[in-house]
Design a protein around this ligand. Structure first.
Ligand code: MN
Length: 199
């Protein structure tokens, strides 16, 4: 049972002018696809061949002999979650249950923005910034490389890819510009509300 590259949840040019079709062409069509292809090759003929993506991630996490499988499986998961974390008409202040929960756990939306920006900007090298739920409370996290909240018992609510391939074609080295645009124009709060509701 091989994994497939999931389709983007919107057209390739739907996030323009914030994220270009060119970036999504490479990021989804090349980077994400390569993780899928590599994962399929690595699990073929092993006892993980028929496991779910989540099972593969949980079973290989922390096992030095399976780091290649973990990295590719986690990057497949992270990218699918990232596409849904953005929306063509997203960004700005949240609505619904997540808005109230952000006020409750961070004090204000502005405090969330400050924390999320800092997490993305201070992740040294490649990685991810996350909004997660842990023990009933929202938290901002950052992870290096392919690491993700599920291995720490946290529920992912939103993610932002801060690998250079996520923004370099559009804004070159200006990661803070990409982060500001992600927050102001792209965050899919509807997706965050769905994840909060099912947590
Ligand atoms: Mn990426």
């Amino acid at each position: 049972m091989a994994f497939d590259l999931p389709a983007l949840p919107y057209a390739k040019d739907a996030l323009e002018p914030h994220i270009s079709a060119n970036t999504l062409d490479f990021h989804h069509g090349k980077h994400h696809n390569t993780y899928v292809v590599n994962l399929n090759k690595l699990v073929e003929g092993t006892d993980l061949e028929n496991a779910s993506l989540d099972d593969i991630i949980m079973k290989t996490h922390g096992d030095a002999s399976k780091v290649g499988i973990f990295n590719n499986a986690a990057q497949v998961w992270n990218h699918s979650f990232y596409w849904s974390s953005m929306s063509p008409n997203g960004g700005g202040a949240p609505t619904g249950a997540i808005a109230a929960k952000i006020d409750e756990d961070f004090g204000s939306y502005d405090a969330f923005v400050e924390g999320f920006k800092a997490a993305g900007a201070t992740q040294f090298g490649s990685g991810w910034a996350w909004l997660v739920l842990e023990n009933g409370k929202l938290k901002i996290e950052k992870t290096g490389n392919a690491h993700l909240p599920m291995t720490k018992g946290q529920t992912a609510i939103l993610t932002m890819d801060v690998w250079e391939h996520a923004y370099y074609l559009d804004v070159q080295n200006r990661r803070p510009d990409y982060i500001a645009t992600f927050i102001e124009k792209l965050i899919n709060w509807e997706f965050a509300n769905e994840n909060l509701a099912s947590a």
